[in-house]
Ligand binder design. Structure first.
Ligand SMILES: Cc1cc2nc3c(=O)[nH]c(=O)nc-3n(C[C@H](O)[C@H](O)[C@H](O)COP(=O)(O)OP(=O)(O)OC[C@H]3O[C@@H](n4cnc5c(N)ncnc54)[C@H](O)[C@@H]3O)c2cc1C
Length: 315
């Protein structure tokens, strides 16, 4: 019987929704345990949030000063040690999971399975390849631990349930000192929601025209309580930071609402948003390919339409 360990993604205070999405993946097949590991310097609050996710059978707290910030090189040996009690170790396909899970796999001497989008059995999974244009069925060996990332765009976050037990474990692993946390620089600032799990995302493209003009996108995002994203052309032109890029070589997201402003709709961009709920396109070119897949299309100059929209939202 499968026993699944999920590595919690959090910022020290709040559990990221990606963890509850991993729980949904684990809950889609038969298993005798779905436990969540919380690595923090004081994980009480985050552990309580993880314990309240429906389907979670237990939470393991690993409190240590070295776990104050999420450093993959420090977390991996701790998870690898816990993994002895489990058949599966899951993490989200976010920047956090993509950084951490390959290290855990390497320490356990197995290959990492990327981007689970559905599970047919505990050892048979589907995952996208060629930017989502083909779906591969992968059969993992039952003799070795399955270390995998879960495609967060493919799963809804599990709801709240009865609180699962929380246990504390001492960190006995020797922690590496060659990699240390120095500082976090992020362009997603302004207290906005996390791009990868936000329910609303407003993205700007090359049509926005400059870094200064990108404030128009920020304004609409703030009016809607949304995260900000960008096309690769906008990122390459320096209008927005790299960590805001949406698409094949950026973030794959599945918000309930996605508003693309001044974005043409290249296939590599669409790959990142195809699981979004309602897609809105604002573009002055009525022939822009994004209109073909958008639920709502507005043919308009963004410099007129977006301020009007913000004004309307305020009133
Ligand atoms: C291997 C590979 C990987 C890639 N990965 C990604 C990726 O991850 N993400 C990604 O986004 N792209 C990616 N790309 C790039 C992709 O092919 C496109 O070049 C890019 O998405 C175009 O960005 P854009 O729509 O902002 O720019 P453009 O295609 O130049 O479109 C700008 C749009 O703005 C509109 N516009 C201009 N002015 C206004 C105005 N005043 N009001 C309203 N609309 C206006 C125009 O009509 C136009 O439709 C990748 C490409 C390759 C080859």
């Amino acid at each position: 019987m499968a026993r699944v360990l999920i590595v919690a993604e959090h910022d020290g205070a709040t559990l990221n929704a990606s963890t509850a999405k991993c729980v949904s993946c684990a809950a889609s097949f038969e298993s005798s345990a779905i436990d969540v590991a919380v690595l923090a310097d004081d994980g009480a609050g985050v552990a309580a949030q993880a314990a309240a996710i429906d389907g979670v059978t237990g939470v393991v707290r690993l409190d240590h000063p070295a776990n104050r910030y999420a450093v993959a090189a420090v977390a991996a040996p701790q998870i690898a040690e816990l993994a002895a009690d489990y058949t599966h170790v899951f993490g989200p396909s976010t920047t956090f999971g993509k950084d951490l899970m390959p290290r855990i796999a390497a320490l356990l001497g197995v290959g990492q399975l990327s981007d689970i989008m559905s599970a047919e059995t505990p050892w048979r999974f589907k995952r996208p390849i060629y930017a989502g244009n083909a779906i591969l069925t992968v059969e993992a060996s039952q003799d070795r631990p399955v270390v995998a990332t879960v495609r967060t765009a493919s799963y809804q976050a599990a709801e709240s349930g009865a609180a699962a037990p929380i246990t504390e474990r001492a960190v006995e692993t020797e922690l590496p000192s060659h990699t240390r946390y120095v500082e976090l620089r992020s362009d997603s600032g302004g207290g906005r929601p996390d791009l990868q799990t936000a329910s609303r995302v407003i993205s700007g493209g090359r049509g926005v025209g400059s870094k200064e003009n990108f404030e128009i996108i920020d304004g609409l995002a703030d009016a809607l309580g949304a995260a900000v994203g960008a096309s690769r052309a906008a990122v390459d032109a320096g209008y927005a930071g790299n960590d805001l890029q949406v698409g094949q070589t950026g973030k794959i997201i599945a918000p309930d609402l996605y508003i693309a402003v001044g974005i043409s709709g290249a296939i590599q961009h669409l790959t990142g948003i195809k699981d979004a709920g309602v897609i809105v396109a604002i573009n002055k070119d009525a022939e822009a390919p994004l209109f073909e897949i958008a639920d709502i299309g507005l043919v308009a100059d963004l410099f007129t339409a977006v301020p009007e929209l913000v004004e309307a939202l305020k009133t």
